[in-house]
Design a protein around this ligand. Structure first.
Ligand code: FAD
Length: 484
């Protein structure tokens, strides 16, 4: 279909911000034959998908996102020919390992049976929690990864909802072993909030189901390759991209029937607040941001010498030992403290992707949660945690690069106070982000839309916020209904 319209405007649609959601929105609109301009404030596209040589020449580091179960499983991204535009996923043999102080480790593998078997006494509990959801996932994925509507398969959706709603700390009672409880806590801690909060189980379940359905891959060459492939496809359809174009007010933009912002509510208010109703402005002003992150990247002389074998084969490694330790660390951070033993998330891309480091050398990616706006240097605490599970790690460090919350925000203005989720994903802001409205993507001003992770389904590289926002704009401004 070619909707080519409005000759009195410069473009049919403009998208501000080239993160995965901005790119997804731009592609969705361009696929309908509109003329679309994508503008990006930085010199490189990608937002949370950028990669760079942060430490030494030849070492390619993912500055933000690293591991992509949500991208490979995204109903929208899966529908695009990104392989033809250079994207290649690599699947580590172990998706995620969870080492313990005794030298053993729990392991989340693509194979559900293998994962359950390794959990010993908790094998049955794991199967009965996860297996039914893996089965119904194709029927509910677009509803889980979208705005709150009446689900297409209500019974299957309820099956997920009933398990997703309780706090992760409560659902953990299904397990008896420290391996299963630790593994579960590490998954749920991706929600970046206390594990006693309602709906913290949702993210843990989504990540575990994703491992068993499509796996937890990393893109060959770096996360940047996902945005490069999206941009290449967008351009092949006729889309235009301008980088180094930081938008401070609406007047800077060319005229268009629809403008979609891949930004947080705070930036949106600065740029377009004068166009909004006072009710909507008030709603956006009340939007809450959560904990920040302290990010680290290392160039290493060899692989991380983990004691546990599963950790040496894993793309992702969660360091936090027991559920109790992880829960205490997340709660303390939420309360404004910097724990001595933070929960640390690591990714070992170069073990599986030789393009990331010179031969025989390796990269390591990691971060821990810190209070919003923290300037505390967590290098020592993070490296102590790694050394705890991988004695001799420090001897392999050739160079390191760190980003505190302030530097994270300078790298990407969407990370308010270092919050990488575009706003807390608690029950109150899960489906109603950024505000309780009929469509979370529409603003109160005609033609202006929000398409970032501050809209449902929230953070992660899946492009679903961008897809749904573009779909709303197509319906409102161009009388076009699209489905996946
Ligand atoms: C350390 C870290 C680790 C992560 N790990 C993972 C992971 O492993 N897997 C995963 O799925 N997700 C991960 N994430 C989360 C993921 O990166 C984000 O959820 C995702 O990038 C959000 O996409 P977005 O399109 O909404 O916004 P963003 O990716 O933040 O993109 C927003 C874009 O808008 C641009 N911009 C901002 N203001 C302006 C302006 N005024 N004018 C013009 N342009 C502007 C920014 O420069 C940026 O390019 C991680 C994030 C971080 C920081």
């Amino acid at each position: 279909m070619n909707l080519k319209t409005a000759s009195h405007t410069d473009f049919d649609a403009v998208v501000v911000g080239s993160g995965p959601n901005g790119l997804a929105a731009a592609v969705t609109l361009q696929q309908e034959g509109l003329s679309v301009l994508l503008v990006e404030g930085k010199d490189t596209i990608g937002g949370g998908l950028r990669s760079a040589e942060l430490t030494l020449p030849g070492f390619v580091h993912d500055i933000c996102s690293a591991i992509h179960p949500l991208a490979v499983g995204s109903p929208f991204l899966q529908s695009l020919p990104l392989g033809e535009h250079g994207l290649e996923y690599i699947f580590p043999p172990v998706a995620a390992a969870h080492p313990l102080d005794d030298g053993t480790a729990a392991a989340l593998c693509h194979n559900l049976e293998q994962t359950a078997f390794r959990l010993g006494a908790d094998a049955d509990a794991y199967r009965s929690l996860i297996e039914p959801l893996v089965g119904v996932w194709p029927a509910i994925d677009t509803d889980v990864l979208g705005p709150l509507t009446f689900p297409k398969h209500p019974i299957d959706f309820a099956r997920f909802g009933l398990k997703a709603l309780p706090p992760a700390a409560l659902l953990a009672r299904l397990f008896r072993t420290k391996e299963a409880r630790g593994l579960w806590a590490g998954m749920a801690a991706h929600s970046i909030q206390p594990l006693s909060n309602l709906a913290t189980s949702a993210i843990g379940l989504v990540l575990m189901v994703a491992a068993h359905r499509r796996g937890w891959p990393l893109p060959k060459g770096g996360s940047q390759q996902i945005s490069n492939a999206l941009a290449s496809y967008f351009r092949s359809l006729g889309g235009k991209i301008e980088t180094g174009f930081h938008v401070g007010n609406l007047a800077q933009l060319p005229s268009a029937r629809a403008v979609l912002f891949d930004l947080t509510p705070r930036q949106l208010l600065e740029i377009a607040g004068h166009r909004f109703s006072w009710v909507y402005r008030r709603q956006l002003n009340r939007y809450r941001h959560g904990m920040g992150v302290f990010k680290m990247d290392w160039a290493l002389d060899g692989p991380v010498p983990f004691t546990a074998e599963a950790a040496r084969q894993a793309g992702t490694v969660h360091l936090g030992n027991t559920l109790e330790e992880i829960a205490a660390s997340e709660q303390a951070t939420w309360n404004g403290a910097h724990p001595d033993r933070p929960f640390v998330l690591l990714a070992q891309q170069s073990l599986f992707d030789p393009t990331r480091a010179p031969e025989g050398k390796h990269t390591l990616w990691g971060y821990c949660h810190v209070p919003n706006g923290s300037r505390v240097d967590m290098t020592e605490a993070i490296e102590r945690q790694i050394e705890r599970f991988a004695p001799g790690f420090r001897d392999r460090i050739l160079a390191r690069h760190t980003l505190n919350t302030e530097q994270m925000e300078a790298h990407n203005p969407n990370y308010i106070g270092g919050d990488i989720n575009g706003g807390v994903i608690d029950l109150a802001q899960l489906f109603t982000r950024p505000a309780l409205r009929w469509s979370p993507y529409r603003t109160s001003a005609k033609g202006l839309y929000l398409c970032s992770s501050s809209t449902p389904p929230g953070a992660g590289v899946h492009g679903m916020c961008g897809f749904h926002a573009a779909r709303q704009a197509l319906k409102d401004e161009f009388s076009t209904e699209i489905q996946l």
